[in-house]
Design a protein around this ligand. Structure first.
Ligand code: PAF
Length: 282
């Protein structure tokens, strides 16, 4: 596996793959890799001539400096896992290499109304930062396909909007959430949980899962409230938002039959650790 630190070296690597007509599968990550990331990587390896992974903690998508400073970093371990999974090249640049002219955005992305709700409301600027880094990575890696985990359900919708508005020739491939045996959605942030918080964390998925059965004979509002009340009653947990939305537009629904695909998206503080998850109702 080639470890690439500079944009110039990456350009050479990509040009060589294109010359050999190898399709490029790409998995952008912020490192601290877990089995969820590896499942995306394995698909990229399987479905393409070569698989490229980026490991870059993107400062422009953090609206909280403490969150950025405490974001887990485990580069050596990440490289070991990626080599084992059959990745051809890993791109792990410095902030200066990614943003030579500084991290200030010179372009406001058209991300549609999907970027205004939920994460967009609670983390102002977050999706502009995600779009900025993913756009730059797509321009450098020039992938045929890019793989994203459905845990970040809203992020996938926003990236699709960015790809469409910037006319980028890349196919976005959503991949199912990977969970621990006890149901907790795998996330790099899980490493920040204390033992007690980790023991309580599966309650998030349990509440969502039980709400699917509850939804069969209750309204959207009652289903919403049952999840929030249950999780807010868990010590150290606080629901930041729980929204039941149209899975395509991400706009809230009031009735179950308002949309073909209905998804519940949740963000919960478990102590100081912000965890997200989602569940499909239909
Ligand atoms: O989902 C993530 O880990 C990040 O938002 C991404 C897509 C790698 C951009 O920094």
């Amino acid at each position: 596996m080639q470890i690439i630190r500079s944009v110039g070296e990456l350009a050479d690597y990509v040009a060589m793959q294109k010359n050999h007509h190898h399709s490029i599968g790409f998995v952008p990550t912020m490192g601290a890799l877990h089995a969820g990331h590896i499942s995306l990587v394995e698909r990229a390896v399987e479905e393409n001539g070569v698989a490229v992974v980026s490991v870059f903690v993107n400062p422009t998508q953090f609206n909280n400096p403490v969150d950025l400073a405490t974001y887990p970093r485990k580069e050596e371990e990440d490289f070991r896992l990626l080599a084992k999974a059959g990745v051809s090249a890993v791109f792990a640049p410095s902030v200066e290499e990614m943003y030579p002219a500084g991290t200030e955005r010179d372009h406001e992305y058209n991300l549609g109304s999907a970027a205004e709700v939920m994460e967009g409301k609670f983390r102002p600027g977050h999706f502009q930062g995600v779009a900025q880094v993913v756009h730059r990575l797509f321009e450098l890696v020039r992938p045929d396909r890019a793989y994203f985990g459905e845990k970040d359900f809203q992020q996938i919708a926003v990236i699709r909007n960015m790809v469409e508005s910037e006319h980028l020739p890349v196919e976005i491939i959503p991949c199912p959430i990977k969970r621990a045996e006890d149901g907790l959605a795998l996330s790099s942030r899980n490493a920040l949980l204390t033992d007690e918080q980790r023991l309580r964390a599966p309650e998030i998925h349990a509440a969502l899962k039980d709400s699917v059965a509850y939804a069969a004979n209750h309204s959207v509002r009652a289903t919403h409230d049952s999840v929030v009340e249950r999780l807010d009653a868990v010590p150290e947990m606080r629901v930041e938002y729980f929204e039941i939305v149209d899975g395509r537009t991400l706009m809230p629904v009031e009735e179950w039959d308002e949309a073909e695909m209905v998804v519940g998206c949740i963000t919960v503080y478990n102590g100081n650790v912000r965890l997200i998850d989602n569940i499909r109702y239909k």
